[in-house]
Design a protein around this ligand. Structure first.
Ligand SMILES: NC(=O)c1ccc[n+]([C@@H]2O[C@H](COP(=O)([O-])OP(=O)(O)OC[C@H]3O[C@@H](n4cnc5c(N)ncnc54)[C@H](O)[C@@H]3O)[C@@H](O)[C@H]2O)c1
Length: 346
């Protein structure tokens, strides 16, 4: 297939691009490099010069998107491009709505007037759309009411709804599209070849922050809340390996037929507490770094992990990496080999 990958220079988009190329597909990578990196784009171009095109540009640039999509005869979109920091979205909500919602609408308009309308659209949604689910809905099924607690989560929910309306419109026009919304839980780990990894600045995710402590790049890690009603008092989250997440995208691309709209949770179906993650990083790295206890942060859900049974039964997907130490090790190996992240930042 011929796939437009938005946000391809970011963490997950770069891994998805690599897998698409490995499987023989063509990739048009679109990224404004606001949060992504040129280096993975150069590496993918070197390895697949004939099937990989990088376009430096914004989602909202209708003229550029339409011309690229027409020139490269794109039939599928994997839409990762977004601003994705919950805290920043609280400080700058309009920027988040402008980028993640208005930017995506502009891209959809460009796609809608392409010479050959796209047939498949796969959207990176988030467990943030569920907000803080009630105890009786943990593990979280797709039928859990969506009630996000941050502007970031709301941008994801709004775009899900916009995409569903667009899919209805395409069905009514007699030109159906396959729409899949993948609600990721916490994504972690790095590509097994050691080429790609996670390099966010600032880093806000627990596993890379703990690894930065293990590598001596931070002097401590804070645990926000140690009095939650969980076995060890700390929050629980579901960590899915990035390669497994990417595999779910490939399955959705290959198996969801035009005319169908689906949402799937992507998680391993069991949670790990903040303390368990920190212990795993200490075990894997052999480093005993400083851990400090801090008050709860407002808005942090107590426990959030997926019920992934729908994607297991409908797309035959299940996580292959379910051991926390293994997931942590893959992130650790990349970060140890790239202590400053991608070379373009060194
Ligand atoms: N990492 C996670 O744990 C996680 C969890 C749930 C959902 N998600 C979603 O998955 C997607 C990818 O996440 P990630 O961790 O790879 O993030 P990332 O920040 O590493 O990648 C996002 C990429 O999108 C690009 N981008 C942003 N706005 C753009 C625009 N207007 N035009 C062009 N490019 C733009 C950025 O430059 C960046 O390269 C995001 O949509 C995110 O919301 C991630």
């Amino acid at each position: 297939m011929r796939v437009l990958v938005t946000g391809a220079a970011g963490y997950i988009g770069s891994h998805a691009s690599k897998r698409l190329l490995h499987d023989g597909h063509h990739v048009l990578a679109l990224d404004d490099l606001s949060r992504g990196h040129q280096t993975p784009m150069d590496l993918l171009k070197q390895s697949h010069p004939d099937r990989f095109t990088f376009a430096h540009g914004r989602l909202g640039d209708r003229v550029k998107v339409k011309s690229l999509v027409d020139d490269l005869k794109i039939d599928t979109v994997m839409h990762f491009g977004a601003l994705a920091y919950v805290g920043e979205s609280v400080d700058r909500p309009l920027r988040y709505y402008q980028n993640n919602v208005a930017g995506a609408i502009a891209m959809l308009e460009a796609l809608d007037c392409a010479e050959s309308p796209i047939q498949r659209f796969i959207f990176s949604s988030s467990c943030a759309t569920y907000g803080d689910p009630p105890d009786d809905l943990i593990p979280v099924p797709e039928t859990c009411p969506q009630s996000p607690t941050s502007p970031y989560g709301r941008t994801k929910l709004h775009l899900e709804q916009i995409l569903m309306d667009y899919a209805d419109h395409r069905r009514a026009k007699g030109s159906p599209i396959a729409l899949t919304m993948l609600r990721y839980f916490n994504v972690a780990g790095a590509d097994s070849s050691g080429i790609l990894g996670e390099d966010h600045d600032p880093e806000t995710h627990l596993i890379p922050i703990a690894i930065q402590c293990a590598l001596g790049q931070r002097d401590h890690i804070s645990i926000f809340g140690t009095d939650y009603p969980t076995p060890d008092g700390t929050n629980i989250r579901d960590y899915v390996h990035v390669d497994d997440l990417v595999d779910a995208h490939l399955r959705a691309m290959e198996r969801i037929e035009p005319g169908r709209t689906e949402a799937f949770n992507i998680g391993i179906g069991k949670g790990a507490s903040v303390r368990e993650v920190i212990e795993a990083v200490k075990r894997v790295s052999g480093s005993d770094f400083n851990v400090q206890e801090a008050p709860r942060r407002p808005g942090d859900a107590i426990a959030l992990f997926a019920d992934p049974s729908k994607i297991q039964s409908e797309l035959g997907w299940s996580a292959q990496h379910t051991d926390l130490d293994e997931i942590v090790r893959s992130a650790y190996d990349w970060m140890k080999a790239h202590p400053k992240g991608y070379d373009d930042k060194n």
